[in-house]
Design a protein around this ligand. Sequence first.
Ligand SMILES: C=Cc1c2[nH]c(c1C)Cc1[nH]c(c(CCC(=O)O)c1C)Cc1[nH]c(c(C)c1CCC(=O)O)Cc1[nH]c(c(C)c1C=C)C2
Ligand SMILES: C[C@H]1O[C@@H](n2cnc3c(N)ncnc32)[C@H](O)[C@@H]1O
Ligand code: SF4
Length: 451
Amino acid sequence: MKQIERLESLGLFDARVPRYTSYPTAPVFSTKTGAAFQHEALAGLDPAEAVSVYLHIPFCERLCWFCACRTQGTKTLSPVESYLDALEAELAIVRDTIPEDLRMGRLHWGGGTPTILPPQMIHRLAEAVKRVFPPIQDWEFSVEIDPTMVDRAKIAALAEQGMNRASIGIQDFDPVVQAAIGREQPFDVTRACVDDLRAAGVTSLNTDLVYGLPHQSQARQADTVAKVLTLDPDRVALFGYAHVPWMSKRQKLIDEAALPGDHARHALARLAGARFEAAGMTPIGIDHFAKAEDDLARAQQEGRLRRNFQGYTADDCATLIGLGASSISRLPGGYLQNAPATAAYSQRVAAGILAGTKGHVLTEDDRLRGRAIEMLMCDFRIDRAALERDFGPAASRLDPTHSLVAAQYADYVVMEEGSLSIQPEGKPLTRIIASAYDAYIANGARYSQAS
Ligand SMILES: C=Cc1c2[nH]c(c1C)Cc1[nH]c(c(CCC(=O)O)c1C)Cc1[nH]c(c(C)c1CCC(=O)O)Cc1[nH]c(c(C)c1C=C)C2
Ligand SMILES: C[C@H]1O[C@@H](n2cnc3c(N)ncnc32)[C@H](O)[C@@H]1O
Ligand code: SF4
């Protein structure tokens, strides 16, 4: 049997499992954990430890049909202006809750499209965040940028506020694919944006690509990858298209008949991956590539790679404070998600209430399984000794699962001294294998295809 058919027989194309940007995953969160927990957790933060801050801007001028991110379309800046009022209200409540001298190690603006903000709003928002969270000396400030929704004045404003990393959305450069996902983006506009970001002092530049989009072919994918390589990115994210029209209504505009089949989709991922590796980039986790000298590759090399709501990261801050509608915080005791809809979020913070509405308090078992899943997603290996260091004898609770996984995926995993490793050919199965450690997997949530 061919390699791909053996993987297929293990459920590669049938499995619908989470991406594990957290454990438990967001669908497990419940309203039993809300603002009361958030208040206690924020108040109890240790001021000696810098925190990471994520700020969500849920607005786009265009709404790409393939997109599953939480965002809304707007042609004017008036809802954006009101949203900044809400963010300032949330920041004021958070300021009154956290210890006085808490510092910020990292700030990430995501969306949606943060670059919908004109320069004066960029300054207003960045200054509001820094007043509540003064940055440490060598802080990092990263921003998600839509090359068609940015100009030099916006980039200059972001750079003046300290932006030193950026991530640009590309997805695919082919005009036929772009038309099929409702996202026109000329190469020369993207090229100019990259040049401006570099000139403004951005030292680490990520590009987002998606495989599995309608009308993608080997030839088109090869051409997109070649164009991306001429931009010389430090990192590339290559996401598998998650077709979840029940979650993201705009995906109903996607022509399902034009989506590549399972084998074609897999071949697209393989082709792009092989080209990035041939260009000298290191594969990182299940869907990233990075230059060897980039922090992400170094983190992987040194066993410091982590996974959080933004995907793979070298961020070692234990605490992530999410601001804005739908943002998720990772606090010492557990997770908390802000009200997802912009209106509900704005009403809460205007009333002076913390924005968290759903969450999960972590048990010791959650932490153990969560760390095992993170190890698989980052290192393709569950290090038994490391788990025992952190969790003591409780680490043995996973032994039956190791045995089950080792038997079920015998050709693709090895057990050595209690540590389980996924072999290189088994990497496409990583999300499926990780889900074997998920105690909540049968809770009825619907997920996207695993590979
Ligand atoms: C690559 C970046 C993406 C992030 N989320 C998505 C993408 C493409 C889209 C997405 N998010 C979820 C699903 C369904 C489950 C799955 O297939 O794994 C998809 C397709 C689950 C999910 N992840 C987060 C949330 C809030 C949810 C939805 C749960 C719910 O409300 O029902 C956390 C989260 N992931 C990303 C961000 C930016 C984010 C939180 C703000 C990245
Ligand atoms: C933040 C990044 O998330 C990716 N992204 C957005 N929507 C989807 C989806 N449905 N499937 C896969 N990736 C997606 C894009 O690459 C975007 O740039
Ligand atoms: S891909 Fe970016 S620009 Fe397009 S809808 Fe999603 S968040 Fe908005």
